[in-house]
Ligand binder design. Structure first.
Ligand SMILES: C[S@@+](CC[C@H](N)C(=O)[O-])C[C@H]1O[C@@H](n2cnc3c(N)ncnc32)[C@H](O)[C@@H]1O
Length: 279
């Protein structure tokens, strides 16, 4: 089927609604958000790829899940997954998904609080998974492997996945991590179907030019390589998980109060009043 021409202005405005609803990123947990223009392109690509499928997101601070569901609901896209669930350890993100789904009446968009160090919950098997994990610059991609493992478990070892990771052809570590990730996928009987290179930019203050790719993987026919989902106990996999010396110490990020992310917060400003004319 030919790709649909999309109404770009309507799509950007819809993504703008999603961005307004996004909790502010916690850099120490590797929440670094994708730039808005790239979110439009990414949502279209992923909606097309996962058309008619049940799609699991292993972490999704970027809110690509919401974009895809909302663009389809608004009929800006005519394709997309039939069901989307976001698994994330940040309650602010989980609640932002649920609130958006309720406010916009999107019944097939769900979210669940989950830490990927823990066994994957026993839920109905998904068809596809998507993850934009911590990029593993300081642990040779081990954090990518943990998120990918949970994605593979989400699809019961039979299906497809997109892994969004750093892609720079001059720096050493992104090339090492790409190779490690592909090796890991092969070890799980998933092969690399294709790779769309250097697609996305991020609000990344210390390296604003670092781009990421979409790495598409697919299970080999008849793959049964999956065993029962277990906690990650191998300390080596958890070392420098979120960057050099940053181990995963947090079980969940809890939401303290419900904040309207689209409005200035009371503690950000104060009013200095004009003097009365006769003062
Ligand atoms: C690791 S960040 C990667 C950067 C990505 N561009 C983003 O900010 O969404 C992706 C998502 O994973 C979530 N995350 C981080 N650590 C997690 C963990 N241990 N278990 C589950 N989700 C986690 C974050 O809350 C975030 O939403």
């Amino acid at each position: 089927m030919a790709r649909q021409e999309i109404d770009l202005k309507a799509a950007i405005n819809a993504i703008s609604d999603v961005v307004q609803n996004r909790p502010r990123p916690l850099r120490e947990n590797d929440q670094i958000y994708m730039k808005t223009g790239d979110m439009v392109l990414q949502s279209e690509l992923i909606a097309d790829w996962a058309d008619g499928k049940r799609l699991a997101f292993i972490g999704d601070g970027d809110a690509i899940s919401i974009c895809i569901a909302y663009l389809k609901k608004s009929e800006i896209l005519d394709r997309g997954p039939i069901e989307i669930t976001v698994f994330d350890f940040d309650e602010r993100i989980v609640n932002a998904v649920t609130r958006f789904a309720e406010a916009e009446s999107i019944p097939n968009l769900h979210s669940q609080l989950y830490n990927c160090i823990d066994p994957f919950p026993s839920v109905d098997k998904f068809d596809f998974f998507y993850t934009n994990p911590p990029w593993g610059a300081s642990n040779n991609g081990n954090s990518v492997k943990v998120f990918t493992q949970r994605g593979i478990e989400a699809v019961g070892a039979t299906g497809e996945g997109v892994i969004v990771i750093a892609d720079n052809h001059d720096l050493s570590w992104p090339q090492q991590v790409l190779a490690e990730t592909q090796r890991y996928a092969l070890g799980c009987n998933f092969y690399v179907q294709r790779m769309s290179s250097q697609l996305h930019l991020y609000h990344l203050d210390d390296n604003p030019d670092l781009k990421s790719c979409n790495l598409y993987i697919k299970s080999l026919p008849g793959n049964t390589s999956i065993s029962e989902s277990r906690s990650i106990v191998d300390e080596k996999l958890l070392e420098s998980f979120y960057g050099k010396g940053l181990q995963p110490k947090i079980q969940y990020v809890r939401e303290r109060k419900r904040v309207d992310y689209g409005k200035a917060h009371d503690d950000e400003y104060e009013y200095e009043l004009r003097s009365e004319p006769n003062d």
